[in-house]
Design a protein around this ligand. Sequence first.
Ligand code: FES
Length: 385
Amino acid sequence: MKKQSPTSRETEPAPTAVFGRTAQLDLDTPPPDLYGRPRRDRFMHAVTTFGEVYTPALGRRLLRRNPRLPAPRSRAPLSLVVTGHRAVAEQVLELRLADPAGDALPAWQPGAHLRLTLPSGRERHYSLCGDPADRAVYRIAVRRIADGGGGSREIHDELHLGARLTVRRPRNGFAFCGEPRVLLLAGGIGITPLLPMAREAQRRGLDWQLVHTGRDAASMPFAEELLALAPDRVTLLADSTAGVPTGAELLARARPGTAVYCCGPTPMLAAVQDAFDASPATALHYERFGAAPILDGRPFALRLGAGGETLSVPADRSALDVLREARPDLPYSCHQGFCGTCRVRVLDGTPEHRDRRLTAEERASGALLPCVSRAAEGTTLVLEV
Ligand code: FES
C-alpha cells in the first residue's frame, strides 16, 4: 500500500474565512403598501416578536430536556467551573471542567483541545483526555513545568475546586480517522489526546495498539485506565528500566496498513519520523507539544524600539526565547506559531514569517509571531515591545 506523507497536526484549523460583505436587510421596516406608502404590518410584527422572543427560549428548554439534541452552534467562549482536581501521576494534575448550571458541554472528537484563559490572563492549550460521550465534563491533564512560563504552575497551585475559567470551545487539529489498523504512540503527557483515540478504537472494534513511553512509571498518567481498557493492546515503556526507545522500536508494532498517531516531545517525533519510511506503516499523524524545531535557522538580531537594546538571536534559538530574557512578561502559549499569543509589531526590517496564523494583511501591517518567525542572516528587526 502506498505511504501517505506524514500529516502534521501542529496547527489549529485555519482561521474561519472572512466572507464578503452581505446585503443588509431592514427587518424593522415593513414593505410599502400597494401605493408605495410605508406601513406597519401589526400582524407580521407580532409574529416576528413572538419568534424572536420565544423560539430561542423554547430551544433552550428542549435542549435541557433532551441532551442528545445538538446544541446551537456558537463560537462564544465558555465559562466553566473546576469540578475535579486530582493528581494522576507525578507532577501531573487532572482537571474536570463543567458548566456551572449543569448544561451539556459542546461536543468534541478524539484529538480535540481546549484553550484556557487562566485567571492571570495567560492562555494555554490542553488536549481533552476524557470521553466524548460524557457531555457533562471536560477532562484535561497538565504536567507541571517548573521552569516554564508559569501557566502549568498557576494551574497546579492556584486553580482550586470551584474556580471559574474562560475556555474556548473544543477545536481539533489532530483528528482521529479511525483506520482499521492503528498504532498510537505517546510520549509522557502526550498520552492525553491518544487516550480518547484508544477508547474510540476499542469502541469501534479496530485493530489497535498503544505504546506509552515516559521517564519512569510514576510519571506516566492514566496507566490504569489504559490497561483496564484492553491490557493486551497497551505497552508501557519506562526509560528508567527499558532505556529510551528508538523510532524503529516504537514502530515495531506497525504492520502493513497501519496508521500511526504520535504525540510527544520533539525528539520522539523526530525519531518516529526518521524511522517511518522503513516501517510497514502507511500513514503518520502527529501532534507535537513544546516548541517546534528550528529548521534552517540563521543568526539575526532584534532591536527593542528604534533606539533600544539590540539582542542577538543565534541560529538554534527562537526570537521569542531571546526576547523573553529581556522582556520576561511577554505572553506566549503554543510555541508553534498557531495561537497568536506572542504577537509583536515590527517597526523596521523584513521578517521571515514561519507561522500559519497571521493573514497577509496582518503581516503587511507589521505583525510577527516571534516563537517561530525569524529574519535573514545578519539582518535586524526593530520591534515595538
Ligand atoms: S506562542 Fe503561540 S503563536 Fe507564538
